[in-house]
Design a protein around this ligand. Structure first.
Ligand code: HAM
Length: 420
């Protein structure tokens, strides 16, 4: 019986894993420079954490959550995103007692029961960042510019930063009324979901992916045209600070997010080299009411999440670094193999990636293996080498070699010179 992973759920293994690690390392380095600390959150939470914040009438909550009853009779959900879990944790552990603003990042899998296709999985990974306690649009600009730096370091270009404001509870009622007025007459031409959501959450109609609904809602009023004074100023200030930070962006009044918790700033980074609804490689926004709604103090928040698989798709072509061992120690005979094993052990203790052969393979097959696994250098220990305690260390790429004594110190020094 051969087993397969579930539909929309993938293994990540070499060589792709090297791109994953590279992206994670780049992100960690940048987070550090911006003062973000890591937080590790559980993958499973009480269902209510997501239904309340993401919104009862969103696609995520209505259709995509992995929700089940555990053995204790509680309704639990595999997290479909990280922000709600983060806020739960932030409030639960009184993290707001530390000086504001507090900046955190997380990396890990999220789960949404969507129709799997290229760039859309049921288990997918995000790198997320969240800042609590900063009200000014300067922080929005800094967060977006940090995201831009991460994507740039990864080597991605041809990206479009789309920005909008989706208002606040002050401007929302007037906007919602205008939107409903526009749609009311033709509501019968919309899909079942839209008709059902029209009265409870009309903003969700703007997020519907059904082609006929997209057509029907063309020309509907945009939130950005109905912003209150505060939200309007916030957006202007964000634009001003993004220009100061040198981040190119476009204002997209039609941008809506699939989660209910956002206020004011919302943004998406889209890849111009891929099309369709899977072209958003990262997205985020401000959520000024969430901490309070979760039982914490009245503190604003802003953050984003990068979709790892979508970034990997774009970055795959950029991965020219091949990860292979620093040295492969070939040996012929029992005493020579024992010497090789001891040397490899000492080299590893010094931080060198060393490989040896564990069976009595011929020199030719050991050399083949060294080649196949991308060893940067080889050394052969035969009877003579063991007797004289010296051998030739050879760099695979350049073909250069150097005579070294069979000591870990000498080999490590020579390796530094030969293969860096
Ligand atoms: P989101 O827009 O739902 O936002 O997801 C962020 C990113 O995750 C998307 O832009 C996309 O790249 C990736 N993504 C989403 N669903 C899938 C999927 N099924 N397969 C592959 N990739 C996917 C959030 O999750 C918010 N929590 C972001 C945030 C953080 N807002 C404030 N702080």
């Amino acid at each position: 019986m051969k087993y397969k992973s579930l539909k929309g759920v993938h293994d990540i293994y070499p060589p792709d894993i090297f791109i994953w690690q590279r992206i994670e390392n780049i992100s960690r380095d940048i987070f550090r420079n911006y003062g973000y600390r890591e937080i590790r959150l559980p993958i499973i939470e009480s269902t209510e954490i997501f239904t309340r914040s993401i919104g009862e009438t969103t696609d995520i909550v209505e259709k995509e959550m992995y929700t089940f009853t555990d053995k204790g009779g509680r309704s639990v959900t595999l997290r479909p995103e990280g922000t709600a879990s983060f806020i739960r944790s932030y409030v639960e552990h009184y993290l707001y007692n530390e000086p504001s603003p507090q900046k955190f990042y997380y990396m890990g899998p999220m789960f949404r029961y969507e129709r799997p296709q290229s760039g859309r999985q049921r288990q997918f990974y995000q790198i997320g960042a969240e800042v609590i306690g900063a009200e000014s649009a300067m922080m929005d600009a800094e967060v977006i510019s940090m995201l831009s730096l991460i994507l740039e370091r990864i080597g991605l270009d041809n990206l479009s930063f789309e920005i909008t404001s989706i208002g606040c509870p002050d401007c929302r009622p007037a906007y919602t009324a205008a939107l409903k007025d526009y749609i009311r007459e033709k509501i019968e031409s919309f899909c079942d979901d839209c008709r059902r959501r029209f009265d409870i959450n009309p903003l969700r109609l703007l997020d519907c992916k059904v082609p006929s609904c997209i057509k029907e809602r063309e020309g509907s009023p945009a939130v950005i045209e109905h912003l209150c004074g505060g939200c309007g100023e916030h957006l202007e200030s964000l634009k001003h600070h993004l220009r100061i930070l040198g981040v190119s962006f476009v204002i997209n009044p039609a941008l809506v997010r699939g989660l209910d918790y956002y206020t004011k700033t919302a943004f998406e980074v889209k890849s111009m080299s891929s099309s369709g609804s899977q072209n958003a490689v990262a997205a985020g926004g401000r959520y000024d009411r969430m901490v309070k709604e979760f039982g914490g103090p009245d503190l604003p928040g802003i953050g984003f999440a990068i979709g790892m698989e979508r970034i990997i798709q774009l970055a795959r072509s950029l991965n020219d670094e091949f990860e292979g061992p620093d040295i492969f120690i070939c040996s012929l005979g029992d005493d020579e193999s024992a010497k090789a094993l001891g040397l490899a052990n000492r080299l590893r203790q010094k931080g060198v990636w060393a490989e040896v052969s564990h069976d009595k393979a011929s020199l030719r097959s050991q050399m083949n293996r060294a080649n196949r696994i991308g060893a940067k250098s080889v050394i052969v220990i035969g009877e003579n080498e063991l007797k004289c305690n010296t051998a030739k260390l050879k760099a695979m790429k350049s073909g250069e070699s150097s005579d070294v004594s069979l000591s870990a110190d000498d080999i490590a020094t020579a390796l530094n010179k030969l293969v860096g």
